[in-house]
Design a protein around this ligand. Sequence first.
Ligand code: CP3
Length: 352
Amino acid sequence: MTADLSTSSFLAACRGERPSRRPVWFQRQAGRSLPEYRAIRGTGSILQAVLDPALATEITLQPIRRYDTDAAILYSDIMVPIAATGFGVDIKAGVGPVAEAPFRSRADLDRVRPLDPDSDVPYVAETVRLLVRELGVPLIGFAGAPFTVASYLIEGGPSRTYTKTKALMLGDPELFGELLGRLADQAVASLRAQIAAGASAVQVFDSWAGALHPAHYERYVLPHTKRVFAGVADLEIPRIHFGVTTGELLPLMATAGVEMVGVDWRVALDSARARIPAGISVQGNLDPAVILAGWPQVQAEATDVLRRIGSHTGHVFNLGHGVLPESDPDVLQRLAEFVHAQPVGVAPDAPR
Ligand code: CP3
């Protein structure tokens, strides 16, 4: 049975409407911090795990059972489309996405072909269909933003400096633009398939865009991300735009054609709010490391987040980035309960 989501607190807050309770979910809520995940995950990379819709469904549901979060996020990865279309990427445990033969020249464009969701990633839509039958809350579908996916292809793996990516962006903007354009097409195809199968919101992760000068971001990256959001605009579901270390980019990210902007913990939520137009909701932004500090600290810091958002109802509580693997699930559960217990539209008064 498919749930009635018309009263969803998460969807209401995304749209800037008043939710019935304060919505909360946790980025990377599915996965390594959960013993029940480690019990069923098996070996092999996440790219293999997502081939099994029953397994991916169960992993997506695990955190919902524990935390009673107001949204689920599909267990998948931003690299699934580019891996499935044969670029040659793997996801190594403890490392992240790696490309044996990185993107170097125009000839490599042939390795970035269009995604046909039905034949390339049928298991993703199948997982979404299984999930929406089980879930009582909205399912968030997602894609990597063209820049963040491109950074893995160009660097060949995770990077601290993004030097090769920036060298290509500034040295051969035409080729860089063609690569990002192709990745934008893949993201649109992937998101449309997830929505057609039943996802009721989408988040685009531009996790590493914060490495860029705002002018470079605006010129070389934002147009492609805008195209991703425009590509799902007719489907009329909330669109979320998230990045890390993007404090300076927030005003630009808010122009991408989105209902909500996700904020990492390096910007206080009241200053983030001031950088984003009032009609656009915000999501965030507790530092994930706070979860490791003990409940009194978690409560104080979560209260601070809520105090900074004040009476603004267009807010979805989240961490400023993903759940750290060493997080105690009981603390996250208590945090979700605590957020749910705070009245909507009123700043908590416990001052710090
Ligand atoms: O719970 C969820 O958030 C849903 C699933 C999800 C995963 N990856 C599962 C995953 C989501 C939304 C992502 C997105 C993703 N993947 C991003 C954007 C979000 C962010 O954190 O900034 C990025 C940059 C990636 C690329 C990627 N994939 C990285 C950096 C890693 C971690 C490498 C490591 O082991 O430290 C992965 C692998 C990955 N994706 C794991 C999970 C649960 C861990 C490995 C595993 O359990 O198989």
